[in-house]
Design a protein around this ligand. Structure first.
Ligand code: 26W
Length: 814
């Protein structure tokens, strides 16, 4: 990698700004400066990209392809600059020119091509794969509109369309010459050709898939991988024959039907909605992605698909790309003339599958009639996969009729996508130890009985390059000064353990405290500017940011704030460590209950912040429009990381890891990766509370628990619950549906059941905070043990356990 020379960079930058603006440099706007910097970065990266692509074409190494319906990549300009090792020179030059680097970065529209955890995990994995210098690529959809922008108006969530491409996107390259046709609907005709039955898909509706490639630059190395996002277009720009017959509207309708496929990201996470357009999206990127991969492989292998599964891994991110299974079979059988058994063997060997949720309402099941109509040939193949599978099972386990039925792909008139994914791949994994255990013992227990060797566990991770080095530069500097820079190398984050001896070093802890204070002040400044709310950076910053969902229990946090408020009002002299509660997160637009929780938090914030009797000690903020950029500002400022899901429901969580890396202490249930965080830091350095997953399951096995018992048990909780409906927030602000869910519908997420234990641990955490020395020690221990939560470690686990490729060994490349 070339090092960037300051004077020549300065010259090139000024020249580029003048080129993009057509004006003298002194007249340029931040937008021009952003465009110019982006172009210079792309010029540098694309040169290496070409070299990487030719390396890839030689197929010397096994290639990984991540198929995912979401890639939540975040802003890329700064990430590219840091990965290229340009950060020092760029900041210096911009500073000398009197320009504001942060303002330039902020011109980039944060691409919101994902909902939350699942999409962000893919972005971290792409970053780690490139950092570790091996070929791994993303394959997804180039949505014209990403996840909605969230505004809070009159305390409620209002959704605004996210037109992220309106000013163009400098980090993609359109490759229209690599477009492919995706076929929907029509019918399948069979014919005998040379004694062989062939299947002909006819009368279909074609849609053009146009690829746009985004480079994925490795960290201080020469690797540049690709994220390929597909955009849908009509095959002919205009349906001329229809048009010429005078059917203008019909021609236009065909056009918009094609474009609709990549028009918008579905804003639901963890809730399945059986819409035909969604199924079209799923087949769209699966079909287009596999076509190009197959074409590339055959070109390398002299026109043959033999050996495909030795060179290519297709990794499917949850079940949304599960159609990879029948589609790869279709290609191998209909187009490449393989026999069924050989094709099946190649398919299963190529594909591996990660599950990301155990919530039953999120499991994808498509009506058979819909799949049959939309994808007639693919459906035939699914039917044949299922027929053979059920036959095999009945042969091997003749006395297990019920189980054999329970695991079939086709039942109750539906295609069970998770079953298709497990049957069609050689590996299925959960994303944290506890989650993988629940998959084996509950969700997929009948599959585990049949295919125990297929089950794996790979704990999620997050990229320290974005979520520590990039977003918390002062902490990075402090760590480097204290223990050196080994930890910044790819897959070396466990070197942070060298920090452990400093956890009891007063001088270090004071510096750590100063960094945290500075980050808190920075966040406070942003909130003051954007929301007009004044925060006290000396108060505890207690933060819960993530999608709003009942199982994540933002409600538990909100009810507890009401409880604290009541206590402070009742006893103004109460011994209380000042606290700032910060929330952020989006609710699915159709999820009424989650939107009510957002409204409740905002109503509480209004009440508390405007009550001068408490507002110097208690503050509540809901930061609107949580996205990757807002997240990057929030994590470094956090002291308490709220991870309070009902035990057994959160597959892993990855926000918990980002908080920990930035020195926040987790306050959470023993759920998802919290369990492993607790193991890593020890019980003295985490605040845990609440029912265990087993206790929750036991209650549920007996129809839940009786929530009225809690209501009846004490006046404090009762008061809070009554305030939801008694006009406490003003006569028009009542929360009947929340009240009913807790008391009438028996509190399915155990909010009240865990309330007392949550209130206790909140109070314990405040007591510990009074002892700043102890607190900072906990913070340091958390940072020191965050190494195993790097996505570099996750990728190394996948390499070893699942893709079976040479494990990564770090070698200096700079
Ligand atoms: C069909 C609708 C739908 C959409 C998205 C169903 C399910 C999803 C995702 C699988 C939900 C998701 O994002 N799961 C999260 O994945 C993260 C990465 O593994 C985990 O850290 C989170 O715990 C999990 O909720």
């Amino acid at each position: 990698m070339k090092t960037l020379e300051k004077t020549s960079f300065k010259k090139a930058f000024i020249k580029k700004v003048e080129e993009v603006s057509g004006e003298d440099f002194s007249e340029s706007t931040t937008q021009h400066q952003y465009q110019a910097l982006s172009e210079l970065v792309m010029e540098e990266i694309t040169a290496e990209w070409a070299a990487n692509n030719s390396r890839l074409h030689k197929m010397e190494e096994k290639q990984i392809y991540f198929f995912s319906i979401e890639f939540l990549i975040g802003r890329l300009l700064k990430a590219y600059i840091n990965n290229l090792g340009w950060d020092g020179v760029v900041s210096e030059v911009l500073c000398e020119l009197g320009l504001d680097y942060e303002a330039i970065q902020a011109r980039e529209h944060d691409p919101a091509l994902g909902n939350g955890g699942l999409g962000r995990l893919m972005a971290c994995f792409l970053d780690s794969t490139a950092a570790m210098g091996f070929p791994g690529h993303g394959n997804g959809i180039r949505y014209k509109f990403g996840l909605f922008e969230q505004k809070i108006i009159n305390n409620e969530q209002v959704e605004v369309a996210d037109n992220w491409l309106k000013n163009g996107y400098p980090f993609e390259i359109a490759k229209p010459d690599k477009s492919v046709v995706v076929k929907y609907k029509g019918n399948v005709r069979t014919e005998m050709v040379n004694g062989k039955l062939v299947f002909i898909h006819e009368n279909y509706e074609p849609v053009l898939a146009v690829p746009y490639d985004v480079p994925v630059q490795g960290y201080h190395n020469k690797t540049v991988n690709s994220l390929r996002l597909w955009s849908a277009q009509p095959v002919e720009d205009f349906d001329l024959s229809t048009f010429n017959q005078g059917h203008f509207l019909k021609a236009m309708q065909r056009r918009s039907e094609a474009e609709a496929i990549s028009q918008i990201l579905y804003p639901n996470d963890n809730g399945f909605e059986g819409k035909q357009l969604r199924l079209k999206q799923e087949y769209f990127f699966v079909c287009a992605g596999l076509k190009r991969i197959v074409r590339r492989y055959k070109k390398f292998n002299h026109g043959s698909m033999d050996g495909f599964s030795d060179k290519i891994c297709i990794h499917i991110n949850d079940t949304h790309p599960a159609l990879c299974v029948p589609e790869l079979m279709r290609i191998l059988i209909d187009e490449e003339n393989y026999e069924w058994d050989k094709a099946w063997d190649m398919t299963v060997k190529s594909i591996s599958f990660t599950n990301h949720t155990v919530l039953p309402e999120a499991l994808e099941k498509w009506p058979i009639d819909m799949v049959k109509e939309l994808l007639p040939r693919v459906y035939q193949i699914i039917e044949e996969i299922n027929r053979r599978f059920v036959n095999d099972m009945n042969w091997y386990y003749p006395d297990q009729e019920a189980r054999n039925y329970s695991i079939s792909i086709l039942k109750d008139g539906q295609v069970h996508m998770a079953h298709l994914a497990i049957i069609g791949s050689h590996s299925v994994n959960g994303v944290a130890e506890l989650h993988s255990k629940i998959l084996r013992e509950e969700t997929f227990k009948d599959f585990y009985a049949v295919f125990p060797e297929r089950f794996h566990s790979v704990t999620n991770g997050v990229t320290p390059r974005r979520f520590l080095m990039g977003s918390n530069p002062h902490l990075k500097t402090l760590l480097n000064e204290t223990i050196g820079a080994d930890w910044t190398r790819p897959n070396q984050l466990t070197s942070l353990e060298a920090l452990l001896p400093y956890a009891s070093d007063t001088a270090f802890c004071e510096k750590l405290g100063a960094v945290k204070h500075r980050n808190k002040a920075h966040l406070a400044e942003y909130i003051k500017k954007s929301q007009g709310i004044e925060l006290n950076p000396d108060s505890i910053f207690d933060i819960q940011v993530k999608r709003i969902h009942e199982y994540k229990r933002q409600l538990l946090n909100a009810l507890h704030i009401m409880y604290l408020y009541n206590a402070l009002k009742a006893d103004p002299n109460m011994d209380f460590v000042p606290k700032t509660y910060i929330f952020a997160g989006k609710a699915a637009p159709s999820y009424y209950y989650a939107k009510e929780v957002i409204r409740l938090i905002n109503v509480i914030a209004d009440k508390v912040n405007n009550d001068s009797a408490v507002s110097d000690r208690l503050k509540v903020v809901f930061v609107p429009n949580f996205n990757v950029s807002v997240a990057e500002m929030i994590y470094p400022a956090a002291e308490i990381s709220e991870q309070i899901s009902t035990a057994g429901k959160e597959a892993s969580g990855t926000g918990n890891m980002k908080f920990m890396m930035n020195g926040a202490v987790t306050l959470g249930t023993m759920d998802g990766a919290n369990v492993e965080i607790a193991e890593a830091v020890g019980m003295d350095n985490i605040f845990t509370f609440g029912l265990s997953d087993v206790e929750v399951a036991n209650y549920n096995a007996h129809g839940g628990y009786r929530s009225l018992d809690i209501y009846e048990s004490g006046p404090r909780v009762r008061e809070v619950l009554e305030q939801l409906i008694n006009g406490f927030f003003g006569n028009t602000s009542t929360f009947q549906s929340i009240y009913d869910s807790l008391l009438i519908h028996n509190d399915p997420y155990f909010v009240l059941k865990d309330f007392a234990s949550y209130a206790d641990i909140q109070s314990t955490s405040s007591s510990v905070y009074r002892d700043q020395k102890r607190w900072l020690q906990m913070s340091a221990v958390n940072i020191a043990h965050s190494g195993m939560f790097s996505s570099d470690r996750s990728i190394a686990d996948y390499q070893r356990e699942i893709w079976k490729i040479k494990p990564f060994i770090y070698e200096e490349e700079i």
